[in-house]
Design a protein around this ligand. Structure first.
Ligand SMILES: NC(=O)c1ccc[n+]([C@@H]2O[C@H](COP(=O)([O-])OP(=O)(O)OC[C@H]3O[C@@H](n4cnc5c(N)ncnc54)[C@H](O)[C@@H]3O)[C@@H](O)[C@H]2O)c1
Length: 330
């Protein structure tokens, strides 16, 4: 059985669907703090999913699950992921993302489960010294969220040396889009990501969409990011799982499309996909936003044979359909 922590959340739920498609038995462990029971209900319709509610900060909750089920591998998404909040409430991030993961790793060692795929982030790199960013780029996170994830990466390397626990750390860039069939999607409250926020403004939430800064050193003056589709990302987890089974060694991979898109380009693409004008205004820059961030993902392409193929337009289209579904729940 494959244990997926955070499987009731955005990226976790898409990865559950990807594994179910190939008839794996999946166990989801989630405290539903930012995830949703409705997502679990959708997953259950798609295949053999067991759900256990529990909290990583409670080691007894994890131990209970490892006692009860035969777990082969862990895919670990559960974490808090709001950069701004992490600056205001650092303890919340270190306790959940770092200590919570430490609890998980200790329980794995105790139960002799020796492989894990981990959701890391490009936020571990901090201010880019060069782009595209490869895995060798120095890691100097500029916020507690990135630091809480970098600590986990280091703990995982130490747990490999000490206990032979093998890990694949996947450093995602900006994740976008939703399940093509509309079963699950991006459902964050509050939402801080660009595409769902542009789309929410269409439904009158916030009414006018704000671009933070149009005076960056980029061709159109707005920030450039790398938007990787969530279903492509889910597929990378499957490939990483198969790779780890075969190679049995720890590694790190960037996951991005290697294409930068500016905020303005994403906004224009939203107007095109929706075929309507969206109100927009330019606001001052936000502190800590680098001008350009995009991945060199050659390593994932050559080692994992990962081939991200879905377009930005596809991500926007699926995100819009899921947003329509969310609006009906209100
Ligand atoms: N969304 C992105 O663009 C992005 C980019 C880089 C990295 N990541 C990482 O990917 C992972 C998933 O992100 P997401 O956007 O799907 O977030 P999400 O909030 O949608 O999902 C996280 C899930 O983990 C659960 N969870 C959190 N703390 C828990 C705990 N202590 N015990 C049990 N369950 C807990 C939540 O209830 C939720 O279902 C995170 O680790 C995040 O740091 C996300």
């Amino acid at each position: 059985m494959i244990l997926i922590t955070g499987g009731a959340g955005y990226i976790g739920s898409h990865t559950v669907l990807n594994f179910l498609k190939d008839n794996y038995d999946v166990l989801v462990f989630d405290n539903l703090e930012t995830g949703h029971i409705e997502t679990i209900e959708e997953l259950k319709k798609a295949g053999n999913v067991t759900f256990e509610k529990g909290d990583l900060r409670n080691i007894e909750d994890i131990d209970r699950v490892f006692e009860k089920y035969h777990i082969e591998t862990v895919i670990h998404f559960a974490a808090f992921a709001l950069v701004g909040e992490s600056v205001v409430e650092p303890a919340k991030y270190y306790r959940n993302n770092t200590v919570g993961t430490l609890n998980l790793l200790d329980t794995m060692v105790k139960h002799n489960v020796k492989s894990i795929i981990f959701s890391s982030t490009c936020a571990t790199y901090g201010e880019p010294q060069y782009t595209p960013i490869d895995e060798k780029h120095p890691q100097n996170p500029i916020n507690p969220y990135g630091a809480s994830k970098l600590m986990v990466e280091r703990i995982m390397s130490d747990y490999d040396a000490a206990y032979g626990l093998k890990s694949v750390k996947l450093r995602y860039f900006n994740v976008a889009g939703c399940d093509t069939q509309g079963r699950v999607g991006e459902w964050h409250e509050p939402e801080t990501h660009l595409i769902p926020n542009i789309l929410k403004s269409v439904f009158g939430e916030g009414k006018t969409f704000k671009i933070f800064g149009d005076d960056y050193q980029t061709p159109d003056g707005t920030c450039i990011r790398d938007y990787v589709n969530v279903e492509d990302l889910a597929q990378a987890h499957k490939l990483a799982y198969l790779w780890l089974k075969k190679e049995n060694r720890s590694e790190v991979f960037n996951l991005g499309t290697e294409n930068g898109n500016s905020v303005k380009e994403v906004f224009d693409a939203c107007e095109k996909v929706l075929n309507q004008k969206i109100n927009v205004e330019v606001a001052p820059r936000r502190p800590g936003d680098p001008a350009t961030l995009y991945a060199n993902a050659n390593k994932a392409k050559s080692e994992l044979h990962w081939n991200p193929e879905r377009t930005l337009e596809h991500s926007i289209d699926t995100a819009y359909k899921f947003e329509q579904k969310l609006q009906k729940l209100k």
